[in-house]
Design a protein around this ligand. Sequence first.
Ligand code: MRU
Length: 357
Amino acid sequence: MADARFDRLPRTVELVRDGDGHAGFAYVDQRLLPARLHIARTGDWRAVVEAIKTLAVRGAPALGAAGAAAMTLWACNEGAVPLQAGGCCEMRPRFFEALGRIADEVADARPTAVNLAWGVRRLERLARVRADEGASPSDIADALFAEVKRMEVEDEAANRALGVHGAALLPSNARVLTHCNAGSLATVFFGTALGVVYTAAARGGIERVYADETRPVGQGARLTAWELSRIGVPCTLICDNMAASLMARSQVDAVVVGADRIAANGDTANKIGTYGVAVLARHHGIPFYVAAPESTIDRSIPTGADIPIEERDPAEVLPAPIPGVEVWNPAFDVTPASLITRIVTERGVFEPGKLVY
Ligand code: MRU
């Protein structure tokens, strides 16, 4: 597939800066898709936190870049400017006290995707290193900006690399089932699970993608279907409860999904419903692949039991409450490593239990 097709996809998140040093964050407001492709812009880190909480920006790798961008907006537009007047040495503790508070608030916006905290802590560490070297807050803000731009480039490069590794696992004319949206919209650009699909499709290797609708928020129905349609990959949308019948009819050659956090033993948290798809795949003898960048692996967590699972507003499941009816709305579930055939990262293809190297 010629790269020109990818011009039809927007960059999902992008940090920008104008001539006077003011930083801005541009993002696809995913709540409006597929009806409307709207690039929202803000210079306020609080608006980025809100966008994360409301799923305007979502998907683990995109959250990493957005969280880091939020901190940078604060540093460039608020932190470095007024504090500069007091002189470097007096204001540095105040700068770091505020930066630490903002880092925590951004990292806590959503708990499951480790990429969010990974992006935030990467910037916090860099700020400390630069401060130890004697940098002023405005120098630190410049360094944070440059680091986020590096992260954006790294994200696309990782997705393209894992796409190549993952595509090699698929048979020719593959029929692939995916859950949620692990596409370009979930990353800075290109996508993880769909990065694998796009790479295989470029070689003519994809017959069709079955996109699970992905209740309750419909990331498959609204986002994956939209992306595949824009790129021109044949797509069939199914309700979540149709996957078993499709597999029973031998219509699925492989399942490829993304991940929000992968524990050291390979247990993987991803959008609610992924676990069920993995059970179905095992029952029908279909390979189940997880595609994710290294930044999604949390080696500090031994097993999936330690992964925090976000619970969201019941209104996502039941918009008009019914008296006496409770709603349980976990946003993610954990697929045990034993159900995962291989984990694909930018470094290669791994058995789930062999991620520690
Ligand atoms: O709640 P969301 O939409 O942020 O959940 C996203 C997912 O579960 C994705 O599959 C995951 O983040 C991988 S994205 C490359």
